[in-house]
Design a protein around this ligand. Sequence first.
Ligand SMILES: *Cc1c(COP(=O)(O)O)cnc(C)c1O
Length: 388
Amino acid sequence: MYPIDRRENWHAGQGQWSHVSPEDWNDWHWQLRNRITTLEQLEARLKLSPEERAGCLFAPHKLALAITPHFFNLIDPADPKCPIRRQLIPNIAESVVSFGESEDPVGEESTMPVPGIVHRYPDRVLFLVTDRCASYCRYCTRSRLVSNAQDYHFHPELEQGLKYIESHPEIRDVLLSGGDPLLLSDEKLDALLGRLRAIKHVEFIRIGSRIPVFLPQRITPALAEIFKKHGPIWMSIHTNHPREVTAELATACERLACAGVPLGNQSVLLQGINDDAEVMKSLVHRLLMIRVRPYYLYACDLIEGSTHFRAPIQKGIEIIRALRGHTTGYAVPQLIIDGPGGGGKIPINPEYVQAIHDGIVELRNYEDRAYVYPSGSQMPDPKPELLD
Ligand SMILES: *Cc1c(COP(=O)(O)O)cnc(C)c1O
């Protein structure tokens, strides 16, 4: 289905907005102003199923509808199961809450010492700097606070967050997220990164953002300069399907990489979207071609109304098995389950280690062939009489 990747097919272009001037199209403020945010705007461009229509009416109570024109063009209108469509178009299935699902599936609220700071791991914090995104993923882990559809009333307390980081010398790693930090203005980002860089114990700064994917126009030369100035700033983007890897995203990543921003990708394993080894292989190959290293592949969190998105974890393990050894090692992400209720990230791996006993490790390689490795720590002690 996805043969050799050919970059000449990656150009997304203006699609349904061909009448718009290229200046407007390439202006990220224009893209934001012209997002699809209402049922009427959506129906004017796409024939919806009754489930999607009902989903759009439900969305204002859960997680707002918003799709940038750039990303909307990636939808195949002829395919009701289009993997792009399903990530962004609301569905009434979101109103069905199943066993085990909750509004804070990874237990962030219980590890928030001040609003916006999640301090779960000893040496690093997640810093939520906004509650807005360029477009909203229907499986969002943070839908309780993102887009302001529920009654959370998140007010990003940047000053309070900065003070917390300043006064905790054990924090050496700050991950900016939200919402999407790249929705902040250049001035705000410049000031925020400057403040963080000025904290002596903060060694590592990274940004989690889907803006390069939803709104590649945001990655302007001026923004790249800000990252260069405060660098090294690392960035994790979020793609789930090879079709998201457009020429426009490639240009944005090129600009970031040339400003010295190391790039990773996080994907969520989504039923019927990317729970397939061939689809994931195509995605990770394309990512390497645009200088992005696949970092994590997450099992979908147990957010309320996400049953229709969750794939069995065996699918994820199968995907890793199909990648490891069969393709470039750099292309293989780590499969992760974020422990429900606050367990943090737990790596899930295919069982290459069959057993460890009597000073040996029994192994299976990527072709499922058996190997034995004598394990150093289990080696018998040399006999004392042999030592002199
Ligand atoms: C994911 C996450 C991090 C970063 O984890 P890494 O494994 O270092 O990428 C930090 N804090 C929280 C609360 C997180 O959820």
